[in-house]
Design a protein around this ligand. Structure first.
Ligand code: GLA
Length: 755
């Protein structure tokens, strides 16, 4: 018996609902699927809603019905074909034997299933039969002999509906798919803002909010991957919605390739969102009997502001998207040698860093780029995944054994999708390199992309990795990708199928990941692409954590981590303390500020620990001990954004444990002023009736620079450890932010409920 999905035969209406959400649509006259509602649960629906019929003029009508008020051009629909009377952004464009692009989709049938079907070849959210129910609508275009299955999965205990589409060529002629979306949703009479996560290399995912104007605006990537430049995620929020109150709708694409989110405000101010694989350069030949599965979009609604929307995603990602056995496990604190040594290392040089890491309580050593082939810079060896004996004369296992003997786990960097021209792989298989015949492929960081859509290429990489991984000493892999795709072409495909090469690349990488992660389920994977260039849910399915950005500057990280949290849980977001002056910005911040920011994510260190002063080393020991205490709270507590770094001189966020017994507040005061204004931070999520004690959380140096005479008139007043405050005091009255004579002054406050 279905408990989450009902079909009301009288009005041919589908109602998907759990305790908090409702999603309603109906089969309208002529078999069009008309969207009715998505939002807060409607407890008793009395079948009153049909879209009003109004003659709009120049909005054509439906053959055989021919009623002037009934038009595909205005009807809110679930999925809309192009060139058949709906002039808005289509979800589907297919060319059949007639040569036209027209697609006319009508309801054919529907079925319901408990649980959630697997999406063939693609990562997607998963659910047991008790966790979710799925409605599958079949639409058809009888001229094209094309069926479109629309999947709607509603989760019982998550405020999420997962949607995707699948095409089936039921005829005996080839069909050419020019565009296929995963989701379309039409809103009537809503004046939204759009919130997106644009960025760049070393400046990923900062929150951008804007009004929707008439016309179409596309948020997309054409770079072959999800990219630093526009995350595959979008929010439609009411104008009045802020972090704490108001309605918002979030949309998360589970895909790592070219994507697009098209937002259109039409001639009568209705808003349509169409999301999925980007149709730029995309063309898929669907032979007779073949099917095409489009990736999934997770969507949510929250009435509790943007924090509520984010938390809905944090929960589903942690529980039903990250597939690894490390899901919901505390992540090891690591030290990575990249910024410590770059390419200039050998086993002997690394030993002292490992020794120091052990003394500090670090749990894993990660050997970054430069250990393989003959790689001493970024010019060579990608594709040759054999240890370079000049750097490790006794082999890599010898070094890994040393790391393990110190009680640390051993992690290793790979960039499996890439090839250098100076490599044995290229010399023996130049055709593996993605290139357009007759054109010289464009280098980027002097490297090229492997044609991962090819099974023989996937196998060649798997065989190399297997040799290493079978030895069993690798506990963690950092899987990097340091360029985007440019010359998208596969030598394995005939010319008129080149429009498939980009998506086949992504499917090929997923196939390789499927094989590797299932063969080596104990390995913890971290995603990386020049920092956070492939920070998406397709990747999260295989890799529970990802490197958020190559930019480790504490100040820059405020914006990056704040924006990232809009869409992704903290357990996914790795964050490292690095040296100063910072290698990306040249800025000098205190070790304490760097630690506070990094401790707000999955903590790691990325600097030469041996070069730190003795007092800094003591501080690091304290930071690590403190982090171990708060790690479950940070990685798995409820996260709330409090003050945006884009809004002013202050940033704040808070982690609250599910049982409300613990909270960790982070505040940052960016620029010091001679005449400081006073500000307060109001906490959130605590129990108003309980008392909380501020507990000591040693993380290092004392705040503030002492500069003589001014000390007396410019006092530093951090709250005293041991102070007792009630939940309502903290949430209603808040606390004063300390005034500190120092830029980028940060604080961590750890509150524990008193039993
Ligand atoms: C990328 C990563 C870095 C590091 C380098 C190595 O830029 O983001 O963390 O691994 O590659 O080349």
């Amino acid at each position: 018996m279905m408990t989450l999905i009902t079909f009301i035969p009288e009005t041919r209406t589908f109602h998907l609902s759990n305790e908090r959400l409702s999603y309603l649509f109906m089969i309208e006259e002529g078999g069009l699927l008309s969207h009715l509602y998505f939002g807060k649960k409607v407890k008793r629906y009395h079948n009153h809603m049909t879209y009003p019929r109004i003659d709009r003029g120049f909005s054509g009508n439906i053959p055989s019905i021919n009623e002037r008020g009934y038009s595909k051009d205005t009807l809110p629909q679930e999925f809309s074909g192009g060139h058949s009377g709906d002039y808005r952004t289509p979800s589907l464009m297919v060319k059949g034997v007639t040569g036209s692009y027209s697609v006319d989709l009508r309801y054919k049938s529907h079925r319901m299933e408990v649980g959630k079907p697997v999406l063939e070849g693609l990562p997607a959210s998963f659910a047991t039969v008790d966790e979710a129910e799925t409605l599958i609508i079949t639409l058809e275009d009888s001229l094209l002999n094309l069926e479109v299955e629309l999947f709607y999965t509603i989760f019982k205990n998550q405020d999420i509906i997962a949607r995707s589409s699948r095409l089936i060529n039921c005829g005996n002629q080839n069909l050419i798919v020019e565009k296929v979306a995963s989701l379309q949703i039409d809103f009537v009479a809503k004046d939204f803002d759009v919130i997106s996560l644009p960025g760049a290399y070393a400046n990923e995912r900062h929150m951008e909010r804007e009004t929707i104007g008439y016309g179409i605006k596309t948020y997309s990537s054409k770079r072959g991957t999800s990219s630093h430049h526009m995350n595959p995620f979008l929010v439609l929020a009411d104008k009045k919605t802020d972090e704490f109150t108001g309605d918002s709708y979030g949309f998360h694409l589970v895909y790592s390739g070219n994507h697009s989110f098209e937002v259109e405000k039409d001639h009568i101010s209705q808003v349509r969102l169409v999301a999925g694989i980007n149709d730029y350069g995309f063309e898929w030949h669907l032979g007779a009997g073949e099917s095409f599965q489009a990736p999934e979009v997770l969507m949510t609604y929250s009435e509790n502001g943007l924090n509520g929307m984010s938390q809905n995603f944090h929960h589903i990602i942690r529980d039903n998207v990250v597939r690894s056995k490390h899901r919901n496990k505390e992540r090891p604190i690591l030290v990575n040698n990249w910024e410590a040594t770059y390419f200039d290392f050998n086993e002997e040089k690394l030993h002292p860093i490992v020794d120091e890491a052990k003394k500090m309580g670090i749990e894993m050593f990660v050997l970054d780029d430069g250990w393989f082939g003959h790689r001493n810079d970024d010019q060579s060896s990608l594709g040759d995944w054999q240890v370079w004996e000049d750097k490790f004369p006794n082999g890599l296992k010898h070094f890994a054994d040393y790391v393990h003997k110190q009680g640390l786990k051993f992690g290793l960097w790979f960039e499996p999708e890439m090839i250098s021209k100076d490599s044995n792989l290229y010399r023996s298989h130049p055709d593996y390199l993605m290139q357009i015949p007759g054109r010289e492929p464009s280098p980027s960081r002097s490297q090229f992309v492997l044609d991962m859509g090819r099974k023989d290429v996937q196998d060649a990489i798997f065989t190399q990795l297997k040799l290493l991984l079978d030895e069993g000493y690798i506990d963690y892999i950092k899987w990097d990708m340091n360029r985007h795709l440019s010359d998208i072409h596969s030598l394995a495909l005939i010319p008129n199928r080149q429009g498939e090469a980009g998506h086949r690349y992504v499917l090929g990488v997923y196939a390789l990941l499927e094989k590797i992660t299932s063969t080596y389920p104990d390995i913890l994977f971290e995603g990386c692409s020049g920092g956070g260039g492939r920070f998406d849910l397709g990747w999260a399915y295989y890799m529970p954590q990802s490197w958020a950005s190559d930019n480790t500057d504490a100040l820059a990280r405020l914006t990056i981590q704040y924006g990232t949290s809009l869409a992704y849980p903290i357990s996914m977001m790795t964050s490292h303390v690095s040296a100063v002056p910072n290698h990306q910005t040249g800025r000098v911040t205190t070790l304490e500020a760097r630690a506070h920011v990094a401790m707000s994510g999955v903590l790691g260190y990325e600097l030469d620990l041996t070069k730190m002063s003795d007092s800094d080393k003591v501080d690091v020991i304290e930071q690590i001990a403190s982090y171990k205490k708060i790690r479950p709270l940070v990685q798995y507590g409820d996260f709330y954004r409090l003050k945006s770094p884009k809004a002013g001189n202050e940033t704040a966020w808070i982690f609250v444990s599910e049982n409300q017994k613990e909270a960790l507040l982070f505040t940052a005061h960016v620029l010091a002023h001679a005449q400081p204004y006073l500000s307060k931070t109001l906490l959130i999520g605590l129990n108003p009736d309980w008392d909380y004690r501020l507990e000591e959380l040693p993380t290092g140096q004392l705040l503030g620079h002492s500069v003589g005479y001014f000390d007396s008139i410019y006092a530093t007043q951090p709250m005293k450890n041991g102070s007792i405050l009630s939940g309502d005091e903290l949430m209603q009255m808040g606390i004063y932010n300390p005034i500190v004579r120092q830029d980028m002054a940060t604080q961590l406050y750890y509150f524990k409920a008193i039993d």
